[in-house]
Design a protein around this ligand. Structure first.
Ligand code: PRP
Length: 224
């Protein structure tokens, strides 16, 4: 089935499978721990342009986890209407899937933030490129992030949003990279813990590339 799935993906995207290296899905550890480090033996390889991207999490794995996260968020916000604040740009794909997986009604706003200066190095500088359109006063806010790395962006945003007097503020992050943490953060809903590698796909970019990929992939270390 996996072979068929990826044959389809490769055909559609005009990608070549290289050494026909279509292998198994990344293992999910037991006990509810979603650790995406997995092992290289359990990866799928795509060849796209000059970079060979290893798939860390398939679209199917992500979809399953997003459904689980939505159930947790539904339970937390039962009887209330969360106001989703999507942090652009990387979180837009996660946001779109999460919002549709929720059964509670939600409202939505976007904030543009840039913390990395073009490439992969965290500058520590958080820049607001687009502010929210609506007031947060009295709302149950759910901040939606794609990845938390150093924690600098999230802590900056949390403090800024709390000053706008929401009724509550929770954070949902699809990916957590705790090995890179500079500041401790509070994450209420987390999809996967990921290794200290540069990640692309499912909204995440490298120099604005690869956001469109349905899988979450590892950029070769030489390219990052
Ligand atoms: C990423 C991500 C977070 C931030 C996390 O955004 O979306 O906002 O970095 O990093 P930190 O924990 O080290 O602060 P990025 O600046 O890459 O912008 P993008 O979402 O527009 O790609």
């Amino acid at each position: 089935m996996l072979l068929e799935l990826y044959s389809g993906v490769l055909r559609k995207r005009k990608l070549t499978p290289g050494l026909a290296s279509l292998v198994a899905l990344v293992a999910e550890a037991g006990c509810g721990l979603h650790w995406a480090a997995a092992s290289v033996r359990d990866t799928v390889f795509l060849h796209k342009g000059e970079n060979t991207l290893e798939v860390l999490l398939t679209a199917e794995q992500i979809s399953r986890r997003v459904t689980e996260l939505a159930a947790e968020i539904d339970a937390h916000f039962a009887g209330r209407r969360p106001h989703l604040v999507c942090i652009l740009k990387g979180a837009c794909v996660f946001l779109a899937d999460l919002m549709r997986a929720l059964t509670v009604e939600s409202s939505l706003d976007f904030m543009g933030v840039s913390s990395y200066d073009g490439g992969s190095a965290a500058s520590g500088e958080v820049r607001i490129t687009k502010d929210l359109d609506h007031s947060l006063e009295g709302l149950d806010v759910l901040l939606v992030e794609d990845i938390v790395d150093t924690g600098l962006t999230l802590n900056y945003l949390r403090q800024m949003l709390l000053r706008r007097n929401p009724a509550s503020l929770k954070v949902a992050a699809l990916l957590d990279k705790p090995s890179r943490r500079v500041q401790p953060v509070v994450l209420d809903f987390v999809g996967f813990e990921v290794p200290d590698r540069f990640l692309v796909g499912y909204g995440l970019d490298f120099e604005q590339r690869y956001r469109h990929l349905p899988d979450l992939c590892l950029l070769p270390e030489a390219a990052a």
